[in-house]
Design a protein around this ligand. Structure first.
Ligand code: RUB
Length: 305
């Protein structure tokens, strides 16, 4: 697939979910070096950095993609253009392996929260949550999932189909029935698109509303996330941008005078989150942030922004 095709697939939501977006984005750097006509180091570097900037603009609430691209392009070791191209490809492979490995670790840790008879509530479509459910099922646990349809694009249907395919009982609810779905749940598991330095977890719109309901009924809320979802820019005083999508995803041709509000994500207050489950372990949001800083020092170099 060409670089341009990947950019369009991410922009047009053919690829969804923070981790999938990050994976497709880093893979496309291989295409950039393959498609490059540059014969010198400066030319290749200019092209990969230009590609990175284009990818950054595809989905504004995706620091995982930004971290993955920054990781590939920082501290590259090379003496000539051929080595540079090779080094980019090697680092892309390293990132892909890392994502794979971390999802397995998160699945192991997250699955410990699920026991026989547990009812898990989830929202939207998160590959990380799916891995946790898959792992719990593999361990022979018998549990059930309640999930919401996730208007306007119905990612919840994708989740429900994948859960059913795994042979896990799933009950599907309209978004407005979330209180009903949660009341009967033991555990709320959501993914994350971004985590800010204040410990706010940004995930699909509805996530904070559901976390508030879960708190009301004393249901633990875990955000399950690779540590690279941390938005390092927030350490330097920037706000994570919340993607605002076109109103016509919700209502194609509304009568004149109606403005349709379509924010894709919302921030979940750290006070509503029992823990963040990442490859680093399970931590309260503020401790998670300390752990990210210790384990990913490269992420906080200001020149990356
Ligand atoms: C997807 C979404 C997911 C997170 C985490 O939103 O909010 O919960 O991205 O997913 P969209 P993962 O469909 O708008 O991209 O765990 O796969 O990274």
């Amino acid at each position: 697939m060409s670089f341009k095709e990947t950019v369009n697939r991410i922009k047009n939501l053919k690829v969804q979910g923070a981790e999938n977006v990050a994976i497709e984005a880093v893979k496309s750097l291989k295409e950039v070096v393959k498609e490059s006509k540059s014969k010198n180091i400066a030319g290749i570097l200019a092209e990969v950095h230009h590609a990175k900037n284009i990818l950054f603009l595809t989905r504004p609430t995706e620091p995982c993609m930004r971290n993955a691209l920054n990781y590939v392009l920082h501290d590259l070791n090379y003496d000539d253009p051929v080595e540079l191209a090779k080094e980019v490809c090697l680092k892309v492979d390293e990132v892909l392996e890392r994502f794979d490995k971390n999802q397995m670790i998160i699945a192991q840790i997250g699955s410990r929260k699920i026991g026989n008879g547990t009812v898990v509530f989830t929202h939207c479509h998160s590959s990380t949550i799916l891995e946790i459910l898959k792992e719990a099922k593999k361990q022979g646990k018998k549990f059930e999932v309640h999930n919401t349809e996730t208007r306007p694009l119905y990612q919840g249907r994708v989740t429900a189909k994948e859960i059913a395919k795994l042979g896990i009982p799933v009950i599907h609810f309209v978004d407005a029935a979330a209180r009903f779905a949660l009341k009967k749940a033991d555990l709320m598991l959501i993914g994350a698109d971004a985590i800010t330095t204040e410990g706010k977890v940004i995930n699909k719109i509805g996530s904070e509303l559901y976390a508030e309901i879960a708190n009301k009924y004393d249901i633990p809320v875990y955000a399950c996330s690779d540590s690279w979802k941390f938005d390092a820019e927030t350490v330097f005083g920037y706000e994570t941008e919340i993607e605002k999508r076109k109103g016509n995803e919700i209502w194609k041709n509304p009568p004149k005078g109606i403005t349709v509000n379509n924010f894709a994500f919302e921030k979940v207050s750290p006070s509503l989150i029992t823990g963040i489950i990442s490859e680093l372990g399970i931590y309260k949001p503020h401790i998670f942030i300390q752990e990210v800083k210790v384990n990913n020092k490269w992420m906080f170099r200001k020149h990356l922004f």
